[in-house]
Design a protein around this ligand. Structure first.
Ligand code: ADP
Ligand code: MG
Length: 362
């Protein structure tokens, strides 16, 4: 029960008491009853209110829900969340021309940069995922992403030519980046264009979660553009319930499955929201660095559970690149819990890694 409803009930009780008090002169019994009522109401009203803050960041929406703690105004938490998201965006966005990352991307080959702790963390994780996935995840795909019309320069009507692809290919390859975690120095061997779009939302979620943790909040759900992190429980003590969508067109939204989770991050990658069609062929925003082209397989979406959302986000894109078979083999080898929706001639087939069922409620 919310604070507002409970205070309304107390007002109502008070009002009734006063009525009984003035008209019937049986005030001791009435007063006892009223006190009893107040006590019962107070005991039943243990559900804490849920705080919500939402807005726009990283070209998408975000929403944060939490159960407040004493002594900290929700407006103050909201202020901290907003300024953190602005800072992360100002560090990692390729859509902001003077972001920390954009400034680096504009420098010539061979340039070395000492990066912020936040950018350093994301670079280190991204390069690690690049290495374990043998390049399926590659933050230097930026020039290809742009060529295929999924970057800051906007959409294209047609697939790029072989020549256009061949021109940018030498810039691509995460091995052409060197990052020293101790000094936080990033060296670009070639004129790499780094694109953190596949991991920054997840990192933003972790960063906001950290703000809540530091404020002593231990029940929350943080979400940026569908990537999320849950901790603790909802105000009614139940686990957080998260819907996995059925991969259908933009205007239709239907639920494929519902997960109940308490302490986990969840990210989903899909080919069904961000794509363009040329000559009846659908081109997705996920690029396979091996072919320099958008992915071409039957994996429609993959949902990944990990402790941190940055990992979940990066791995969801990684598995999307790998496709249904290689992706499932990789996830099982790495012990990553995933849920796939694979296109069939008639609809979608579900595939999940061992241990995923425990989260399913529907
Ligand atoms: P999804 O939720 O579908 O994974 P994301 O926004 O997390 O979507 O990631 C997609 C973005 O990642 C693309 O728009 C592009 O900027 C970038 N990207 C595409 N292919 C790769 C890749 N192979 N490795 C890393 N980043 C990629
Ligand atoms: Mg991603």
């Amino acid at each position: 029960m919310s604070a507002i409803t409970s205070s309304l009930m107390i007002l109502a009780v008070k009002h009734r008491v006063s009525e009984v008090f003035s008209h019937h002169r049986q005030w001791p019994a009435a007063l006892l009853l009223a006190i009893l009522f107040l006590l019962v109401t107070a005991c039943a009203d243990t559900t804490p209110p849920m705080q919500v803050h939402s807005g726009i960041t990283m070209g998408t929406t975000f929403s944060v829900k939490w159960i407040g703690v004493d002594g900290l105004e929700s407006t103050e938490i909201a202020r901290r969340i907003d300024s953190a998201l602005v800072a992360i965006n100002q560090s990692m966005s390729t859509y902001i021309s003077d972001s920390e990352l954009s400034v680096i991307n504009q420098q010539p080959a061979g340039s070395a940069h000492q990066v912020s702790a936040e950018l350093g963390e994301v670079l280190a994780l991204s390069l690690e995922v690049g290495a374990i996935s043998e390049g399926a995840f590659d933050i230097t795909v930026g020039p290809l992403v742009n060529l295929w019309g999924f970057g800051p320069n906007g959409r294209v009507l047609h697939a790029p030519s072989e020549d256009q692809i061949a021109t940018v290919r030498p810039q691509v390859g995460f091995h052409k980046l060197q990052y020293d975690v101790n000094t936080r120095v990033l060296t670009r061997v070639v004129k790499s264009y780094i694109d953190l779009s596949a991991v920054a939302k997840g990192y933003g979620v972790d960063y906001v979660a950290e703000i809540l943790e530091k404020a002593g909040i231990s029940d929350y759900l943080v979400e940026i553009g569908g990537e999320l992190r849950a901790r603790g429980s909802k105000p009614n003590g139940q686990p957080w319930r998260i819907a996995i969508e059925t991969p259908t067109a933009e205007f239709e939204r239907s639920v494929q499955r519902i997960l109940a989770v308490r302490d986990v991050s969840i990210a989903t990658s899909g080919d069904y929201r961000n794509y363009f069609e040329d000559n009846g062929v659908r081109f997705s925003h996920t690029i396979d660095p091996a072919t320099a082209a958008p992915i071409d397989h039957r994996l429609a979406s993959v949902t990944v559970l990990m402790p941190t959302c940055a990992e979940a986000d990066a791995l969801a894109t990684t598995l999307m690149v790998m496709g249904p078979d290689k992706g499932m083999a990789f996830a099982n080898e790495q012990g990553i819990k995933i849920f796939m929706l694979v296109k069939t001639d008639t609809g979608f087939e579900e595939r999940m890694s061992p241990g995923f069922e425990q989260y399913l409620v529907q």
